[in-house]
Write a protein that binds this ligand. Structure first.
Ligand code: SAH
Ligand code: SF4
Length: 420
């Protein structure tokens, strides 16, 4: 979502006067640090980074802090780091050109603002586009700062989404990534709009866009994974067979304390249904270990879900207490060594599973969409189910979807040859 927000800011800036991206700090006229605040570590890095940028930048260059940390620290950032020229919250990025004009501007309102729907034309990768379908989040997971930094959930009108995707397709994007904190809750929170479409309806509508060949989305919420949605996922040939099902914890009592709204059984049932309807699909997940009150037994429940679902991809984190969240005040915070040991155990077991998954790919054929030229005469792309591929080749493969046979496997990526 932050990558998309960065694209949006670049587009807004370019609409006013053309900017060029530079790898050289000393050449930059404008330095934007687009931040995340979901866990504490990136927040603490922010101030040391501001110091480094301030030391090596051109004298006249401006520094802006944007994104979720901007939303939750606001003018505190300028107090602590006066070198910062402006602070722009995650929900205010469409105001990027406005804040450039005022010294020490701070825009951090999290209320609904239609101007953030106005997507720009800038894309990091010309072959793929990202499009927001909703903003904010209306859930109250007790560990999560996102509702406080990105505001309430609002669904973006489907006609606007469709026209943005169609525009991207015309300029070479065959794939779209639909973005939202809870994409499959789409349609619950339109503002001045009497639209009745839900996420399944939106997927069907988007599938009709001519020239669009691949649809991805992130993140869906396990609670809203009804049968209708899973059937659409499995049967719609344009939807890539890769789905993120964020578990957080395998323990029903911890899920309750997290206020996730589902149980271990519901989660397992949804994953079984995905495996049954769509055996070729890959499932990824997010897991937090060391949430307040997590017992050995709770953690074993998480390990049990890992064993049963065998997620192809795992994003795992140690619980990080965040301001504006209920869990930060919970008693029974888990000591760092215990959380660390659990994370190591979880990741080690997942690595074994991943090795088995990847080894089984040898000799298989996947349709790969190539989108990046790499060093050494290689081109990279992703299979329908999200695996990273490298093959020998050049520009003519870019923007093409071609069958590739796997000839070499490793944990992170596959190598192969194009089949004719
Ligand atoms: N809307 C998405 C999550 C967005 S935040 C969802 O509900 O799945 C991305 C991930 O960061 C979460 O899935 C969670 O695993 C992790 N996360 C959020 N808050 C955290 C915290 N306080 N400590 C550790 N991990 C956290
Ligand atoms: Fe955070 Fe929960 Fe909303 Fe995801 S659903 S963004 S974890 S509050």
């Amino acid at each position: 979502m932050n990558v998309r927000d960065s694209e949006h800011m670049i587009a807004e800036l370019n609409a006013k006067e053309p900017y060029e991206l530079t790898e050289e700090l000393g050449d930059a006229d404008l330095i934007i640090i687009n931040t995340c605040s979901v866990r504490e570590k990136p927040v603490s890095k922010l101030f040391s980074e501001i110091g480094v940028f301030n030391k090596y930048k051109k004298e006249s260059a401006k520094i802006g802090v944007t994104g979720c940390t901007a939303s939750h620290l606001g003018k505190e950032i300028i107090k602590r780091a006066p070198a910062v020229d402006f602070v722009l919250g995650a929900r205010n990025i469409s105001k990027i050109t406005k804040v450039l004009e005022e010294k020490h501007a701070v825009e951090i309102d999290i209320n609904h603002d239609d101007s953030s729907y106005a997507f720009g034309e800038y894309r990091t990768n010309p072959f793929k586009s990202m499009v927001n379908i909703s903003m904010g989040c209306d859930k109250s997971c007790t560990y999560c700062i996102v509702p406080a930094t990105r505001g309430d959930e609002v669904s973006i009108p489907s006609d606007l989404i469709v026209s943005e995707i169609a525009k991207a397709v015309k300029t070479g994007a065959k794939e779209v990534m639909l973005l939202g904190q809870n994409v499959n809750n789409y349609g619950k929170h339109f503002t001045a709009n009497d639209e009745k479409l839900n996420f399944t309806g939106l997927l069907q509508k988007i599938s009709k866009i001519e020239g669009l060949e691949r649809i991805r989305f992130t993140s869906p919420h396990p609670l809203h994974m009804d049968d209708e949605f899973l059937e659409e996922f499995a049967n719609n040939p344009k939807i890539c067979k890769q789905i993120h099902v964020p578990l957080q914890s395998g323990s029903t009592s911890l899920l309750k304390a997290m206020r996730r709204g589902y149980s271990k059984e519901w989660f397992l049932n949804r994953c079984e249904k995905i495996r049954k309807l769509c055996p070729e699909a890959t499932i990824s997940t997010d897991i937090i270990v060391g949430f307040p009150g997590e017992s050995e037994e709770d953690f074993e429940d998480t390990m049990d879900v890992l064993e049963k679902v065998r997620f192809e991809q795992l994003f795992s984190f140690k619980y990080s207490p965040r301001p504006h969240t209920a869990a930060a005040e919970f008693e029974e915070q888990i000591p760092n060594e215990i959380a660390g040991a659990r994370l190591t155990k979880l990741q080690a077991r997942h690595t074994e599973i991943l090795d088995e998954v990847m080894d089984a790919q040898m000799g298989r054929v996947h349709k790969v969409y190539f989108d990046e030229l790499k060093a050494g005469g290689k081109v990279s792309g992703r299979s329908d189910d999200g695996k990273l591929f490298f093959v020998e080749g050049s520009e003519e493969l870019l923007g093409e979807i071609v069958p590739v046979k796997v000839t070499k496997v490793s944990r992170g990526a596959l190598e192969g040859v194009v089949c004719n």
